[in-house]
Design a binder for this molecule. Structure first.
Ligand SMILES: NC(=O)c1ccc[n+]([C@@H]2O[C@H](COP(=O)([O-])OP(=O)(O)OC[C@H]3O[C@@H](n4cnc5c(N)ncnc54)[C@H](O)[C@@H]3O)[C@@H](O)[C@H]2O)c1
Length: 333
């Protein structure tokens, strides 16, 4: 338990609940608060792809096997789908549904999906007086130098811009509705169970883990020992989500460990855990808008949410290894 909130008998909406973070949160409630009433709203995956060849959405039923709450298949872009939520009175809303693929460059579709729908979710929260926690992203910082701190943003792709605009909308909405609890969480690089179905957009921890289990050398961009990220394990993200339900004040908060590690570190830790000694294969980084160093400044999250990350990269990967092994070679269908 991350705080003293009793979620039993509470109505909880998780948009994007068939995805990575949302399905972990649903499982968390079911395990720890069996009387909580969780409703998942997600469009699930279709076979449609964006121009980059990636799927339009990654929600997958396999993330929800064992989940006993309600599931609504709906699109956040579609008002008649959202109207299906009007029969509930939510105490808590966790808004995770979004185009989560940072490499979708069709600005209109990213803005429509991530930003326009946010107004609808805010209205639902206002009507129900729900606590609203929504997913923002470290992509709002673009290539700003580390440590990235709330209040200074410079997004460099449509995805990061959409999240940055959501944060501004939330700030304004909080100001206009001081009785509401609204918290935005800027997740850094999250990894852990239930990300498998994000396919090529899943974390490098999973992708490199499966390359190594295939007996192949882990493939990294040139100079990967100097490309740093703040990698955060899913359990620490759950901690942030739960603690955000009782913030000292509304706001947008970083969710990272506060420590940056290299992609080379991931490959090395995985090789140690999987007891392999493969060479690393390097190739040219094809991206211009590539963040070279992220490291969350978590002072504000510590102070206002009581957030204290528990998992080092070594500990997170160690916890994740059995799941990486279990999923190896399984179907994405
Ligand atoms: N995983 C990370 O490292 C990370 C980092 C920063 C921010 N985030 C944000 O956290 C949230 C959750 O990310 P995730 O990693 O779980 O991604 P995910 O893709 O696994 O989950 C997103 C879910 O939203 C659903 N969805 C997409 N478009 C939808 C639509 N139009 N209507 C209804 N549902 C729709 C998808 O089916 C999917 O289940 C997203 O908002 C993402 O932008 C994630």
């Amino acid at each position: 338990m991350y705080n003293d909130i009793d979620f039993n008998n509470k109505n909880i909406l998780i948009t994007g609940g068939a995805g990575f973070i949302g399905s972990n949160l649903a499982a968390y409630f079911q395990t720890n608060f069996p009387e909580s009433r969780v409703v998942i709203f997600d469009c699930f995956r279709s076979n449609e792809v964006f121009s980059n060849g990636n799927l339009k959405s990654y929600g997958h039923y396999k993330n929800l096997i064992g989940f006993t709450g309600k599931i609504i298949c709906g699109n956040i872009n579609n008002k008649s789908d959202l109207a299906l939520l009007s029969e509930f009175k939510f105490d808590y809303i966790f808004h995770n549904a979004a185009i989560s693929d940072t490499r979708v460059y069709d600005q209109e579709v990213v803005m429509r999906t991530n930003v326009n729908s946010f107004f609808d979710l805010l209205e639902i929260a206002k009507k129900n007086l729900s606590v609203l926690i929504y997913a923002s992203s470290a992509a709002a910082y673009g290539s700003l130098i580390s440590p990235q701190t709330e209040g200074k943003e410079a997004p460099e792709n449509p995805y990061g811009y959409s999240k940055y605009i959501m944060d501004q909308i939330a700030t304004q909405y909080s100001y206009e509705n001081p009785n509401l609890t609204i918290v935005g969480l800027r997740f850094f690089n999250v990894y852990g169970p239930r990300e498998f179905y994000k396919e090529m957009t899943s974390s490098m921890v999973l992708q490199l883990g499966h390359q190594i289990l295939n007996g192949k050398a882990p493939r990294l961009f040139h100079n990967s020992d100097s490309i740093f990220r703040d990698f955060i394990y899913i359990d620490d993200v759950l901690q942030a989500l739960i603690k955000s339900c009782k913030p000292k004040k509304n706001g947008t908060y970083n969710v990272g460990t506060g420590i940056s590690r290299s992609f080379q570190d991931i490959a090395d830790i995985l090789q140690k855990e999987l007891q392999t000694n493969l060479k690393t294969e390097y190739f040219k980084n094809p991206y211009d808008d590539y963040q070279m160093h992220t490291q969350a400044n978590i002072l504000s999250s510590q102070k206002n949410l009581g957030f204290e990350p528990q998992f080092s990269l070594e500990q997170g990967i160690k916890s994740y290894i059995p799941e990486i092994k279990r999923l190896h070679g399984t179907s994405l269908a």
